[in-house]
Design a protein around this ligand. Structure first.
Ligand SMILES: Nc1ncnc2c1ncn2[C@@H]1O[C@H](COP(=O)(O)OP(=O)(O)OP(=O)(O)O)[C@@H](O)[C@H]1O
Ligand SMILES: [Mg+2]
Length: 147
């Protein structure tokens, strides 16, 4: 478990970038935290670290955004609007459940937990007020000597 205090949006994006740059294998990252805590901004950095050049936007309405062109495909999911399994498949998430490669980032993922039994990395972001955030990461061995 590691804990970070992030004092600005840029610090959140930078931590995402550092973690993304160290991801070497397909993984599912469950990203929890209240609305507006910075899950999507963290994912923007993660994408940069994966070598993705597209700008990451929130999959609020699309539910699933897929980014190719980096070291691994990024599947960015916002399941906030998903109320049942049928809606999950209608949103195209079946492809992600079946996928064996790539990095899955899952916002509001409690309802999908049963599909992702191999959920490896758990991240929780809390709003500490103003632009301060606390980020707790479990299930990941961060190489602090790396970039
Ligand atoms: N330290 C910080 N880290 C991340 N975002 C911050 C920080 N300080 C302020 N913010 C602001 O908080 C908001 C975070 O928005 P973002 O869409 O990333 O949140 P989210 O957790 O994905 O929300 P949602 O649950 O609605 O998808 C942005 O407006 C951003 O500018
Ligand atoms: Mg979001």
């Amino acid at each position: 478990m590691a804990r970070y205090i992030l004092n600005s949006v840029d610090e959140t994006i930078e931590l995402g970038r550092r973690i993304g740059s160290q991801l070497k294998e397909p993984v599912i990252i469950k990203l929890d935290g209240e609305m507006g805590t910075g899950k999507t901004h963290f994912t923007k950095g993660l994408a940069v670290g994966l070598g993705i050049i597209d700008d990451i936007t929130s999959p609020t309405f699309s539910i699933l955004n897929i980014y190719n062109g980096g070291r691994m495909t990024l599947y960015h999911i916002d399941a906030y609007r998903i109320k049942n399994i049928k809606e999950a498949f209608d949103a195209g998430l079946g492809e992600v459940f079946a996928s064996t490669g790539g990095v899955v980032v899952l916002e509001w993922g409690d309802i999908l937990e049963s599909f992702f039994e191999n959920m490896v990395i758990n991240i929780k972001i809390d709003d500490l007020g103003d632009s301060r955030r606390e980020l707790i990461i479990e299930g990941w061995d961060y190489d602090s000597t790396g970039n």
